[in-house]
Design a protein around this ligand. Structure first.
Ligand SMILES: [Zn+2]
Length: 451
């Protein structure tokens, strides 16, 4: 199949960082024709196949993003499996999880199967589907979690349709507990967030648009914690954490009990930007949860650095330029993120001296993979050669016109970044090389898959 098209090669002279295996050294990585990693040896070993020199570059496991909106089915004008996963591999992600707030929502096995068929035909990266927690994302009735997991869902989430009632949260945690999977929770108390379109504060006041209270997030967390207290083996993962209060509450919950397992995720915009970005980028900086204050940004940054936040995900949420041109109040919330994540994260964490590459990459490889039990996130001989190669010093300027994503909506447009994906290898095949997407590589793959 696809392996027949792969050629053996050896990446030589790179800095190999594999956080899962505690590796950070100059080494060569050999990939055999089968698409698997043959060996990892100190630089200078006799290479197999083509020699691909990667001196000065970082060789790491294919990046994993567990929070991506691919928009298919139903919103193909915003993004598709094909365009979203091209954006993913362009950004260095070989594995993504897609969110279920599609139309129709991904709330039953038949819909999961249909999307998996599209993924098999169209996707450039590995894609795992996350199932919707409620039927039709309506919050009235929980879906059949077991059936969704059996259909292949990586887990269950209420992203974009946040649960509000404590009893429903409790039922959701209980239904999922036996599977060992975490519930992926979008924290939002809608009574507090109300009609708010950006963070409630100086900027919403200045622009005279409705603000969303930042207490909305921690209020939802308190309700979830209450729900989890009565569920043995409950596992809760907090999506896109954005406030200082949420971080503090999570620290307190962790310190105070061990009766449920709690993990935290954030997106790069929450530790790099504040609500001030709205003044410059308008609706292209509108996202939910909204960009917050400098105090919140600092708290999220510290939590990423000290490990209270274990996972960085993009919450890639593309919309079309006309949709985003409707103004702050009417434009949909969401930012694209896949193609800039490596640059943004390295610029703000590594080049500022705040966090080492291995610690950064753990949050984008093994940590998310382990959370959802995905077969990804490490460089292991005998395992699939899903590899990302990063030029950590490459300087570039974000130009959304060059995105592979259909979305152009990012407040990072025009930002100067340092660090960029140089290569993306999936199952031993270069999909990105020297920063360019390998269009024909995918075509060969397609032909062999059709056989
Ligand atoms: Zn969300």
């Amino acid at each position: 199949m696809e392996q027949q098209n792969s050629q053996a090669f050896t990446l030589t002279g790179g800095r190999v960082i594999d956080p899962a295996n505690g590796r950070d050294e100059l080494a060569d990585v050999a990939v055999e024709q089968t698409g698997r990693i043959a060996w990892i040896k100190p630089s200078g070993a006799p290479p197999i196949g083509e020699e691909v020199p990667v001196e000065g570059l970082v060789v790491c496991p294919g990046l994993v993003d567990i929070h991506v909106h691919l928009r298919e089915p139903g919103f193909e004008h915003k993004e598709t499996v094909a365009t979203g996963t091209r954006a993913a591999v362009a950004g260095g992600f070989t594995t993504v999880c897609c969110m279920p707030n599609t139309n129709p929502p991904l709330d039953r096995p038949q819909r999961i199967a249909e999307l998996q068929q599209t993924i098999a035909e169209e996707a450039w990266s590995n894609v795992y589907v996350l199932g919707a927690a409620t039927v039709g994302n309506q919050r009235r009735e929980l879906t059949d979690f077991d059936a969704l997991l059996e259909a292949g869902c990586a887990s269950i989430t209420d992203d974009a349709a946040p649960l509000q009632s404590t009893s429903q949260m409790q039922q959701a945690l209980a239904k999922l507990a036996a599977s060992g999977r975490p519930f992926l929770a979008h924290l939002e108390d809608e009574e507090l967030s109300g009609e708010g379109v950006i963070n409630a504060g100086a900027v919403s006041h200045q622009l005279q648009v409705p603000g969303q209270s930042s207490h909305s997030e921690v209020a939802a967390l308190r309700r979830w914690a209450q729900a989890a207290a009565s569920v043995p083996q409950a596992r809760l993962h907090l999506l896109h954490v954005s406030t200082a209060e949420t971080v503090a509450e999570a620290q307190m919950l962790r310190a105070g009990n061990t009766f449920f397992q709690l993990s935290l995720e954030t997106a790069p915009h929450y530790f790099c930007l504040t609500e001030e970005a709205i003044l410059e980028s308008g609706a292209d900086a509108k996202v939910n949860p909204p960009l917050r204050t400098e105090r919140d940004r600092q708290a999220i940054l510290e939590a990423v650095i000290d490990g209270d936040i274990q996972i960085i995900a993009t919450d890639h949420a593309p919309h079309t330029p006309p949709e985003k041109a409707q103004g702050l109040i009417d434009a949909p919330a969401g930012l694209t993120g896949l193609e800039i994540c490596v640059g943004v994260v390295l610029t703000h964490l590594f080049h500022t001296g705040r966090l080492g590459l291995s610690e950064i990459l753990a949050k984008m490889t093994c940590n998310p993979a382990v959370l959802l039990g995905l077969p990804a996130g490490t460089l292991t001989p005998g395992g699939p050669a899903d590899i990302t190669i990063i030029d950590p010093y490459k300087q570039w300027v974000v130009d959304p016109a060059h995105f592979y994503s259909k979305g152009r909506n990012t407040p990072f447009a025009g930002h100067k970044l340092r660090g960029r994906t140089w290569g993306t290898i999936k199952t031993g095949q270069f999909l990105v090389r020297e920063g360019e997407l390998c269009e024909d590589a995918k075509l060969k793959d397609r032909v062999s898959t059709d056989d």
